[in-house]
Design a protein around this ligand. Structure first.
Ligand SMILES: *Cc1c(COP(=O)(O)O)cnc(C)c1O
Length: 388
């Protein structure tokens, strides 16, 4: 067994790039000013935040004043959905939300809270066997009272990409705010909010070799949004609180580096992912790919294995020296089958046997080789146990 477990869970989080850490370092103790202060300490911190804002805007083809820094992807999703829902209702009385069953919990649970406790109505769209939403289904779900449509850009669970630009085209001119959770997409994919035609877009730094606890929401000009955290004029009045300067600098540096490294990283990950998918399906009987066969994140492989409990498989793999996931870090340990997999029409028993294997820039062929040797044994052993 290798000393250090082999990490194949880059969709859960990525290690901080040492160059990103170096860029963050001065802003902890040396340049410690509060960006809101008038004096020179404050000015230096403010300049760092505004430079970061320009960088992030440039990477996403937005304007600098459209970037709101948050304490991560979850917070940005909460601001997007709750903020847009409450603003729409205050302005027009609109009270209908549309999302998908394959959203991250930070979107789904926010929608559910609005529906269960705050008088909103929620429609969850149908998805096909790959977890994809058809633009036509979005159109059919719309009501005169629809306030917000939120559709994940790339699934954390099964890697499937959604036709965001086509859905935006369907929604254009209807007065509905369109949000996408692009936390998994940012990094592997070049994102252009203009080309996507999106009103609100979420990213989170720790999925692209930046720090945890740093994210951003792109708020296109003219999008109605109420702050969900009040208390000051920070971040254009949309996110009160002294900005986390070092982490904002880290987010921008990581996104910039993700842009520069994208072609090489994507080619590297795609090759390893294709090997993983091909060989897992070849070597393991009754194994099925989940998510779309090719419209999926370049670093993402996900499966279900008949007759295997996914949680037991993860434990087994951990002991054998491999760090994987069942599809969503937030669901690990939960014995119920994933709502997303069920929505794709996967049988509940089969959905319990899910495994997500996600690779990253540091992943090597040797690591994939070892994993491909270990996995069939682990699955076979668990299947033998289940039968007694
Ligand atoms: C990780 C993730 C989030 C949450 O982001 P945090 O920065 O960890 O709060 C939201 N959506 C998706 C799709 C994710 O993968």
């Amino acid at each position: 067994m290798p000393d250090k477990p082999i990490y194949l869970d880059y969709a859960a989080t990525t290690p901080l790039d040492p160059e990103v850490l170096a860029a963050m370092q001065p802003y902890f103790a040396l340049e410690f000013g509060n960006p809101a202060s008038v004096h020179r300490y404050g000015q230096a911190a403010e300049q760092a935040v505004e430079r970061a804002r320009e960088t992030v805007a440039g990477q996403l083809h937005a304007e600098a004043d459209e970037i709101v820094f948050t304490g991560g992807g979850t917070e940005a999703n909460n601001l997007a959905i709750r903020g847009a829902a409450l603003a729409a209702r205050a302005a027009t009385g609109a009270n209908h939300l549309v999302a998908t069953p394959v959203e991250h919990p930070s979107v789904l649970e926010t929608c559910r809270q609005l529906a269960d406790h705050l008088g909103f109505e929620l429609t969850l769209l149908p998805v096909d066997e790959f977890g994809q939403v058809q633009p036509q289904a979005v159109l059919q779900a719309l009501r005169p009272t629809t306030a917000v449509v939120s559709i994940i850009c790339a699934s954390n669970e099964v890697g499937t990409l959604q036709p965001i630009a086509q859905i935006a085209a369907v929604l254009r001119g209807r007065g509905v705010v369109f949000h996408t959770d692009a936390v998994q997409a940012a990094g592997p994919m070049a994102l252009d909010v203009e080309a996507l035609g999106i009103d609100l877009l979420t990213i989170g730094a720790h999925k692209f070799y930046g720090p945890k606890g740093a994210g951003a929401l792109v708020v296109r000009r003219g999008t109605r949004l109420l702050p969900t955290q009040t208390g000051g004029a920070h971040e254009h009045g949309l996110r009160a609180g002294t900005p986390n300067v070092a982490y904002i600098v880290g987010l921008a540096e990581a996104l910039h580096r993700a842009g520069a490294a994208r072609p090489a990283r994507v080619a590297h990950c795609r090759r390893l992912r294709d090997r993983l998918i091909r060989e897992v399906l070849e070597r393991i009987p009754d194994a099925h790919l989940t998510g779309h066969p090719d419209q999926r994140l370049p670093n993402h492989a996900s499966f279900v294995f008949d007759g295997v409990n996914g949680h037991d498989l993860l434990t087994h793999l951990d002991v054998a020296g491999f760090a994987c996931s069942s599809g969503s870090a937030c669901k690990t340990g939960d014995p119920r089958p994933s709502e997303g997999l069920l929505a794709m029409g996967i049988d509940p028993d089969r959905a319990l046997g899910s495994l997500r294997v996600t690779v990253g820039a540091p992943t090597t062929d040797a690591e994939v080789d070892r994993f491909l040797d270990a996995l069939p044994q682990a699955v076979a052993r668990l299947r033998a146990l289940e039968l007694v």
